[in-house]
Ligand binder design. Structure first.
Ligand code: GNR
Ligand code: NI
Length: 169
C-alpha cells in the first residue's frame, strides 16, 4: 500500500498533457495500485495520473458506496456522447472548492484495463461526470478552468494563501 502525493492547483504540473501508454508494464501496474490506494485514502471517487505527477494516460475511478468497484482506464477515448447535466464538482487537486460544471449526461468510452485488454463501456450520471473530469486532467485541464476568470482567480488566491499558511504552521 502506497499513498502518493497529490499536486494542488495552481501547480503548473497539473497542466502537462499526458502521453499514450504503449505497453501496460509492471511499473504501470504498480502505479495503478498506488493510484487506487491514494484515491481510496483521500477519499475521492477518481484520480488521474497527472494529479500524482505521472504524465501518462491512466485513470482510476470508483464511485461505489462500498469502494469495491474499481475501474481502470488506460488510454481512454470517448467514442460517443449525449445530452447535458450539471453537477457540483470537487477535485482532490482543488481542496475545499465545489462548483457546478456542465458535462455530457451519457458517454460511451473505450480504454484498456490493468492487463492491457481493451474494453468499451457506457456511463451516465456521476460516473460519466467522473470519466470526463479525469480525462480533462490527462489533457492538463482542471475543472476550475470552466469557471469565469473572476471565480478562478479567487480560488487561486485562496489556495495560494492556504498553502502559505500551512508553511508557517
Ligand atoms: O473525488 C472526487 N469527486 C468528484 C465529485 C464530483 C465530480 C468529480 C469528482 S472527481 C474527484 C476526485 C478528483 O479530483 N479526480 O480528479
Ligand atoms: Ni480532479
Amino acid at each position: 500500500m502506497a499513498v502518493l502525493n497529490i499536486l494542488n492547483y495552481p501547480d503548473p504540473r497539473l497542466h502537462k498533457v499526458a502521453a499514450v501508454v504503449h505497453v501496460v508494464s509492471d511499473k504501470h501496474k504498480k502505479l495503478i495500485r498506488d493510484m487506487a490506494d491514494t484515491m481510496y485514502q483521500a477519499p475521492g471517487i477518481g484520480l488521474a495520473a497527472t494529479q500524482v505527477d505521472f504524465h501518462e494516460r491512466i485513470i482510476v475511478i470508483d464511485i461505489s458506496e462500498k469502494k469495491n468497484n474499481l475501474h481502470v482506464l488506460v488510454n481512454p477515448e470517448i467514442i460517443e456522447m449525449r445530452g447535458e447535466q450539471i453537477c457540483e464538482e470537487g477535485c482532490l487537486s482543488v481542496p475545499g472548492i465545489y462548483e457546478k460544471v456542465k458535462r455530457s449526461e451519457w458517454i460511451k468510452f473505450r480504454a484498456l484495463d490493468i492487463e492491457g485488454n481493451p474494453y468499451e463501456m457506457e456511463a451516465e450520471g456521476l460516473l460519466a461526470v467522473c470519466v470526463q473530469h479525469e480525462m480533462d486532467h490527462l489533457l492538463g485541464k482542471v475543472f476550475v478552468e470552466y469557471l469565469s476568470p473572476l471565480k478562478r482567480n479567487r480560488i487561486k488566491s485562496k489556495l495560494v494563501k492556504q498553502k502559505k499558511q500551512k508553511l508557517i504552521l
